[in-house]
Design a protein around this ligand. Structure first.
Ligand code: FCB
Length: 441
């Protein structure tokens, strides 16, 4: 099995700065299952999955990877990979089944077992507060379009901070606010599945506000954990010079709309003007809250966008099972640009990975050379950014194991570890072994 081209030396830890963190990532709804156990309330994804046609393969999160019931086994699995860190999310509806009020002890106890189990195994816990599973009861009041949701989120953040904050290495407030707003309220592909741009921009604003309010609550607890947030970012490249203006808009809507409030305390003027009357209500003082200093920025990177009025595709593009172009240079370009344009805290690549239609052969092996190539080339892009002066402290492969890929259900496999959904058996793919060799090097 040749995992690296023969003329390039395989990556080892020696290539990376000392203390560079190698981790794997998941999120609650995508792996836990047990959606109706131990007092968990409905989330917007439970509701969304019940609506016909929303999920390509008609599945839901009820069982998923049964992680809720296989916690110890999965912790052992993570440990077997030799990684330093594990990024996971807490399901808000396990903690506050209707989004407000007293904490549900059974929910807290589950995540406490998780972080204690990581610590016993010498693995750093990187906790994300919100990876899209909003309590349905809050959606019934408008979800993120309701400003009050930001305040509820801050209260939930305090509950988690108080109980788990001293046991984790980092806390990220949000995962990918672009997805939780635009993809969910404007494009309608994610829960709650709306098609309403003003609502989406209002949701985005309240997510950012919720982030800032949660930062205030967490800071007040004086935790040793690093505090930050996670954005999904990707550069937009114009196919021709004539596509330059459109690429600037794409970049502004996807990247700057979230970066500028957090790091500059303002929305990008060009994009704000372009949105016309669709822009959100910003109250006095909002940006002061939103621009709270961060200890780290999490960057999720999968692909670039290629902007072409004629619909032209990039020459020679190779794509994953998601149809996403494999473009590692986009990650180094992105990081170098972020470093040039913003004053940033240390960066972690909190997600990066690829879906391929993996199958288990008769011997039980899963050969996924494309994923190995994807991971390796993107890790090299991180190294290139580092050489250009960008302070990247760690990398989390998405994902620990195959899981519920949102609107695609179980049809897209992003795991380093293969999951047989019939038996719930977990098997290391070649990519997991490759990553393990790197992590243990
Ligand atoms: C990201 C999500 C993550 C996963 C990957 C493929 O946008 O944060 O949950 O679905 O995409």
């Amino acid at each position: 099995m040749t995992l690296t081209s023969p003329d390039i030396k395989p990556l080892t830890r020696q290539n990376f700065p000392p203390n560079f963190v190698f981790g794997v990532a998941t999120s609650a709804f995508q792996i836990e299952g047990a959606t109706h156990e131990d007092g968990r309330g409905d989330s917007i994804w439970d509701t969304f999955c019940r609506e016909p046609g929303r999920i390509r393969d008609g599945t839901n999160g009820d069982v998923a990877c049964e992680h809720y019931h296989r916690l110890e086994q999965d912790l052992d699995l993570i440990q077997s990979l030799g990684v330093d860190a594990y990024r996971f999310s807490v399901a808000w509806p396990r903690i506050q089944p209707s989004g407000t009020g007293a904490a549900n002890e059974a929910g807290l106890a589950f995540y406490e077992r998780l972080v204690d189990g990581l610590s016993q195994r010498g693995i750093a816990a990187h906790l994300t507060l919100y990876h899209w599973d909003l309590p349905q009861a809050l959606q019934d009041q408008g979800g993120w379009t309701n400003r009050q949701t930001a305040h509820h989120f801050a209260e939930y953040a305090r509950i988690i901070g108080e109980r788990l904050g001293h046991k984790v290495r980092s806390i990220a407030t949000l995962n990918e606010p672009w997805c939780a707003s635009i993809l969910s309220y404007e494009i309608g592909e994610h829960a709650p599945g709306w098609h309403d741009r003003p609502a989406a921009l209002s949701a985005a604003h309240h997510l950012l506000l919720g982030h800032g309010l949660a930062m205030q609550e967490l800071r007040a607890l004086k935790l040793s954990a690093d505090l930050g947030t996670v954005l999904n970012l990707g550069p937009a490249y114009p196919a021709t010079p004539a596509d330059g203006a459109a690429a600037a808009v794409a970049d502004g809507r996807f990247n700057r709309w979230f970066l500028d409030p957090v790091f500059r305390g303002e929305y990008p003027r060009d994009i704000w003007d372009g949105y016309g009357t669709d822009v959100p209500v910003v109250e006095a003082g909002d940006f002061e809250i939103i621009r709270a200093p961060l200890d780290f920025l999490g960057v999720n990177y999968y692909t670039r966008s290629y902007i072409s009025a004629s619909g032209e595709q990039p020459a020679g593009a190779v794509t994953t099972d998601m149809g996403w172009e494999v473009f590692p240079q986009g990650l180094s370009d992105l990081l170098i640009r972020l470093h040039a344009d913003y004053t940033l805290p240390p960066i972690f690549i909190t997600e990066n990975g690829a879906a391929y239609p993996d199958t288990q052969n008769a011997e039980g092996d899963i050969h996924d050379p494309e994923r190995v190539k994807y991971l390796e080339s993107h890790l090299r892009a991180v190294l290139a950014a580092g050489e250009a002066g960008v302070d990247v402290r760690g990398y989390f492969g998405w994902s620990l194991m195959d899981n519920f890929e949102w609107a695609y259900g179980y049809s897209k496999r992003f795991g380093l570890v293969y999951v047989d959904y019939e038996t719930q058996e977990r098997t290391l793919k070649d990519s997991a072994r490759w990553y393990q060799a790197l992590a243990k090097s």
